[in-house]
Design a protein around this ligand. Sequence first.
Ligand code: NAD
Length: 309
Amino acid sequence: MISVNFLNSRKYKEDQSIKGGLFILEIKKICVLGAGLMGHGIAQVSAQAGFEISLVDIEDRFVQRGLGKIKKWLDREVTKEKRTKEEADEIFSRIKGTTDLKKAAGDVDIVIEAATEDIQIKKKMFRDLSEICSERTIFASNTSTLSITEMAAESGRPEKFCGMHFFNPPQIMKLVEVIRAYETSDETVETVVKLAKKLGKTPITCIDSPAFIVNRIFFPFINEAFYLLQENVASAEDIDTALKLGLNHPMGPFELADYIGIDTLYKALESFYDEFKDPKYRPAPLLRKLYRAGCYGRKTGKGIYVYGK
Ligand SMILES: NC(=O)c1ccc[n+]([C@@H]2O[C@H](COP(=O)([O-])OP(=O)(O)OC[C@H]3O[C@@H](n4cnc5c(N)ncnc54)[C@H](O)[C@@H]3O)[C@@H](O)[C@H]2O)c1
């Protein structure tokens, strides 16, 4: 009988040296699901690292929109002389956009899922993929808040399933959180860590837990700023200035809340609260009020601040 490995990352690293070589899958072909904000960026960094990419979305207009953004980004780099036109064309030619999941995922080594943040959509995708993909194919989800373990259980290959959490925008942000679900194998973690490094990223590993590392700390941090504001401790502008100058943060908590979306922040805190049943995660009433009023920040033109058209 083998016990399930849910060790923390440090212990996991120690185990590698004890166990010696693992079977690490050589990744060549990657399928990225979802051509939105994150998916197109993940496809681009993967193509830049020399991989063959299939980029899938549910409608052709979404695929074209994602490809268009990649093209624009690469063109800008050519204009700024960061790379040659030939290099940019070669990178772009490695990405094949499609709406045909069967064709896109049939022979790939890894599927990186970056579709809409909805557990039902994601579970269905992984059920479909388990029928389509070869047994060797690893499944990775880029979810920010959903349970990796719950998705892995639907995939028919829980040992070949992990989280691969990129940050926005993937073309620039260095960090990738590699998340070990309840039954994820050492081989899968090691393969995905190696892949993240090949993409020029710095991977860290952790076990599956709500919002993993960065957002688990980041969302309650912003929530606390809302408590300060509703208690009239200081103005929004002064709280933002305090955090920018006192902690050297490039943006204040309210500027960030409006940037990422009051709705996203509110839902994330609600899900922490549901999961842990710990009052420290309850969304600040002011945050809830803004959410209910539809003041989601930059995307609606109004949040803590008001934005011009
Ligand atoms: N936006 C961020 O800052 C950020 C950061 C890290 C992780 N994430 C995570 O990345 C994922 C995607 O987020 P996003 O911001 O790119 O969302 P988005 O709305 O910009 O893109 C999602 C895309 O998925 C597509 N999609 C929906 N169902 C699909 C299906 N069955 N097959 C293929 N494509 C499908 C949608 O049409 C859309 O184009 C989410 O899980 C989110 O939590 C987001």
